[in-house]
Write a protein that binds this ligand. Structure first.
Ligand code: EPU
Length: 428
C-alpha cells in the first residue's frame, strides 16, 4: 500500500490532458454484455474501477483485451454466472451488471454494490424499474436475485432523479419487448454516452439527455466501436486546481458545456477562464472571492466537485457556504482539511468555509474518491509536505495522477506505507 506525498506551494503551469469519463466507463463496460459480438471502447481511463469490471466480465465468460486505452470485449460466450460476493462489492457501479445481465439473460445474482461511503445510497429506483419491466427481485444475504420470464416495456416514473437508475433501466429495457418510457430521468452527459453506445449496438433510444427517455426494445444487439466522452469531473478537478495554484493551466480534451456551472462559479470568484472547443484555459488570480454553491442534478453544480471546490474556497476572502442537496453527508473531507488549518464548520447539509487561510501540510486520509481530490488539491495549496493515505479511493477515479500533476510543475510522489502506518490504517 502506498501514500501520496505532496510538496505544496508551487505554482502550476502547462497542459493536462483529461482521460475518458469514469462514470461513463463503469456503465459502458457492463453494457457490452448486451451485445452478441465484440465491442470496442476507446479512450478508457487507467483507473482501478475499469480493472475490476474487466475481471468481472472475465468471471462471467467474457474475453477482454486491453491495449493502451482501448478495451475490446467479446461477450459471445458469457453466461449468467452469479456474482454474489468478491469484486462486485468493491465498486458502486457493479449495479450496472444487474441491468445488463437481466437484459441479456433475463436473470442475474449480484452482490449489493460497494463504492464511496457518502451516506445512504439506496437502489430502490433501480429495483422499481426492473420490477416494472417484469422482473421478480429478492434480496438474500446481501445479494440481489433478479429473474424474469420475459421483460416487457413499461412506463417508469423515477421518484428520485438518479443517474444509476436511469442507466440501469435503459440497459434492461433495450432488450425488453415493446416500449419503455423513463420519466423524470437523469440528464447527465454519461447517460447520453451510454445511450450512444447502445444505439451503435442496434438499440432504439430517443431522448437521452432529457428527462423523458423512450426505448423500443430489440431482439438482439451487435458489436461496435465507441469513443468515450472526456471525464468532466476530472477536468473540473484540474480547473479547480488551476484556479487555486495555476499560472496558466490548459485543460485539454474537455467538453466545456459539461462544466458550465463550475465555470460560472469560478468566474464569480474572479478566476480568469477561456474556453475553446475542447480546451479550457484557467488562470488563478491572487485574490479569490468567497461564493456559495449548492449541488444539484445536471446541469447544476455537480456533487462530485463539491469536495474539491471546498479546498479552493479556503483561499477565498470571506465566508462561503457549500450545500450538498444530493449527498447530505458528503463532508468527510472537512475534518482532514481542518487538520491542514482550514476554518470550516459543518451544519446539516452545509459546510461554511471562512477564508482566506494558508493551509499547512499534514498527514491526512482520503475517506472516499472526491475527498481524496479535495486533499491532493489542498496539499498542493499548502505550505510544506502533505501525506495522503487512502490512495485506493483516489486510484478509482484519477488516471495517472502523479504524472499529470508533475507535468504541471507539481512535486508529488508515491511512497510505500510504513508498517506503523499500515497498522494505524487497519485500526481506523
Ligand atoms: N437515490 C435513491 N434511490 C435510488 C438511487 C438514488 O434515493 O434508487 C438517491 C441517492 O441516494 C442520491 C440521489 O438519489 O441522493 C442521486 O443518486 P444517483 O443514483 O444519481 O447516484 P449514483 O448513480 O449512485 C452517480 C455517480 C456518483 C455521483 C452521482 C450523482 C456513478 C458510478 N456514480 O452515482 O459519482 O456522485 O451519480 O451525480 O456514476 C463519484 O464519481 O465520485 C461519484 C460518487
Amino acid at each position: 500500500m502506498e501514500k501520496l506525498k505532496i510538496a505544496g506551494g508551487y505554482p502550476l503551469k502547462g497542459t493536462v490532458r483529461v482521460s475518458g469519463a469514469k462514470n461513463s466507463a463503469v456503465a459502458l463496460i457492463p453494457a457490452t454484455i448486451l451485445a452478441e459480438s465484440p465491442v470496442t471502447i476507446e479512450g478508457l481511463p487507467d483507473i482501478s474501477d475499469v480493472e475490476i469490471l474487466k475481471d468481472l466480465l472475465e468471471e462471467i465468460g467474457g474475453t477482454v483485451r486491453i491495449t493502451d486505452d482501448e478495451m475490446t470485449v467479446d461477450p459471445s460466450a458469457m453466461i449468467s454466472m452469479p456474482l454474489p460476493n468478491g469484486k462486485v462489492k468493491k465498486l458502486r457501479a457493479s449495479y450496472y451488471l444487474m441491468g445488463a445481465m437481466l437484459g441479456r439473460f433475463k436473470k442475474a445474482v449480484i452482490g449489493l454494490p460497494g463504492g464511496c461511503h457518502l451516506g445512504p445510497r439506496p437502489i430502490d429506483q433501480h429495483i422499481k424499474g426492473f420490477e416494472a419491466l417484469g422482473a421478480q427481485i429478492t434480496n438474500e444475504q446481501g445479494a440481489i436475485y433478479l429473474r424474469a420470464d420475459e421483460l416487457r416495456g413499461a412506463r417508469i416514473y423515477l421518484d428520485v432523479v438518479s443517474v444509476g437508475a436511469t442507466i440501469n433501466i435503459m440497459l434492461a429495457a433495450v432488450r425488453a419487448k415493446g416500449r419503455t418510457i423513463i420519466e423524470n430521468a437523469a440528464k447527465e452527459p454519461e447517460i447520453i454516452d451510454v445511450a450512444t453506445l447502445l444505439t451503435n449496438m442496434g438499440a432504439k433510444i430517443k431522448g437521452a439527455g432529457t428527462d423523458v427517455i423512450r426505448i423500443d426494445g430489440v431482439d438482439s444487439l451487435h458489436g461496435c466501436r465507441h469513443t468515450i466522452i472526456p471525464d468532466r469531473i476530472e477536468a473540473g478537478t484540474y480547473m479547480i486546481l488551476g484556479a487555486a495554484m495555476g499560472e496558466g493551466v490548459l485543460i485539454d480534451n474537455v467538453i466545456p458545456q459539461h462544466l458550465e456551472s463550475l465555470i460560472a462559479k469560478l468566474r464569480e470568484m474572479g478566476v480568469n477562464i477561456e474556453s475553446g472547443d475542447d480546451q479550457v484555459f484557467v488562470n488563478g488570480p491572487s485574490n479569490l472571492k468567497a461564493v456559495d454553491i449548492k449541488t444539484l442534478v445536471y446541469p447544476g453544480f455537480p456533487t462530485d466537485l463539491q469536495q474539491p471546490f471546498t479546498a479552493l474556497l479556503t483561499k477565498a476572502a470571506g465566508s462561503s457556504v457549500v450545500t450538498d442537496t444530493i449527498y447530505g453527508a458528503r463532508f468527510k473531507h472537512i475534518d482532514e482539511l481542518r487538520r491542514m488549518n482550514a476554518n470550516i464548520k459543518v451544519e446539516g447539509r452545509s459546510a461554511i468555509i471562512n477564508g482566506p487561510i494558508q493551509l499547512h501540510g499534514a498527514k491526512v486520509k482520503a475517506s472516499d474518491l472526491r475527498a481524496g481530490a479535495a486533499l491532493f488539491i489542498a496539499g498542493l495549496m499548502a505550505e510544506g509536505i502533505t501525506e495522503v493515505t487512502g490512495l485506493d479511493h483516489i486510484d478509482r477515479g484519477y488516471s495517472n495522477l502523479v504524472e499529470k500533476l508533475n507535468g504541471l510543475g507539481a512535486t508529488v510522489w508515491r511512497e510505500a506505507l510504513t508498517q506503523e502506518e499500515l497498522e494505524h490504517l487497519k485500526n481506523t
